[in-house]
Write a protein that binds this ligand. Structure first.
Ligand SMILES: Nc1ncnc2c1ncn2[C@@H]1O[C@H](COP(=O)(O)OP(=O)(O)OP(=O)(O)O)[C@@H](O)[C@H]1O
Length: 257
């Protein structure tokens, strides 16, 4: 029997005043798998991720998280099950890296209670896993963009959530750190986490996704990565000519006229 999805979206619809972003979208995020969302600028990737994370209410349809309606969960209960890393995540620049990572434990703390030994241990484990132990006492405002992004990933790991949703986490990372990021996401998936990522780099997306969502012009394609991110579908979605050679994608502008 197939295991129930960790997160299931049914019939999600988002209409703006002048256009539809997606309509009647069904999506299952499964433990152990990485699902990548791609699509042109403004297609609705962040909007979809925010809705799946429970931050925006869907105009139609619903989301279930570990068997419960997302809309019925309190913010703390939701955050214990699902960790969300937005594209831009403001943090008080004077906070030390260790303090920022410990913030990932907030949903797990007793109300108004201080962190317990288990919370400190989870934060230390996340710091070590991301190779950040040497940065632990540094103010986050003094780190490079790539180092800061690793701290935000560590904060997400510290939450120990069953579902993680990341909005363009590789943006601004060099190729080594981008590949490192996906290595961490794959390790999380192997531990049984369901991972959803919005990604602009289509080669990275194709290399690391098990499942895929392609949003474009009000239409959502959902399915296995090789089917959804085919050169034909990507070319149509982005308005370009796409070729695949030796497993790599090449893009050209459409001929004029
Ligand atoms: N609250 C809102 N009210 C009206 N329009 C909105 C609102 N939020 C987002 N939009 C519009 O919805 C569309 C989708 O935005 P979204 O940020 O989801 O796209 P995206 O695919 O993540 O884009 P990008 O790749 O540029 O980050 C955009 O045209 C945006 O202007």
């Amino acid at each position: 029997m197939t295991e129930a999805p960790a997160l299931a979206a049914r019939g999600l619809t988002c209409r703006l005043a002048e256009r539809v972003l997606y309509e009647a979208l069904d999506l299952d995020l499964r433990r152990g798998r990485i699902c990548v969302v791609a699509g042109p600028n403004g297609a609705g990737k962040s909007t979809l991720l925010r809705t799946l994370a429970g931050l925006d209410r869907p105009q139609a349809g619903h989301v279930e998280l570990l068997g419960d309606r997302l809309a019925a969960l309190s913010p703390a209960a939701r955050a214990r099950r699902l960790a969300y890393l937005p594209q831009h995540c403001p943090v008080e620049p004077d906070l030390h890296v260790r303090e920022v990572v410990l913030l990932g434990r907030l949903p797990n703390l007793p109300r108004f209670g201080p962190p317990r030994a288990a919370d400190a241990d989870a934060a230390e484990a996340a710091l070590a896993r991301l190779g950040l132990a040497a940065f632990a006492e540094r103010p986050i405002g003094r780190l490079s963009g790539g180092e800061r992004q690793r701290v935000m990933l560590a904060r997400m790991l510290a939450a120990e959530a069953a579902v993680v949703i990341l909005d363009e986490p590789a943006a601004g990372l060099d190729i080594g750190h981008a590949l490192g990021l996906y290595r961490h996401l794959r390790a999380l998936a192997r531990e049984g986490v369901a991972v959803l990522v919005a990604e602009h780099d289509l080669d990275l997306a194709r290399r690391h996704a098990d499942d895929a969502v392609l949003l474009a012009a009000g239409r959502a394609r959902v399915g296995a990565c090789p089917d959804v991110f085919s050169p034909q579908h990507l070319g149509a979605a982005f308005g370009v000519v796409a070729h695949e050679r030796d497993g790599r994608l090449f893009f050209e502008a459409l001929p004029v006229g």
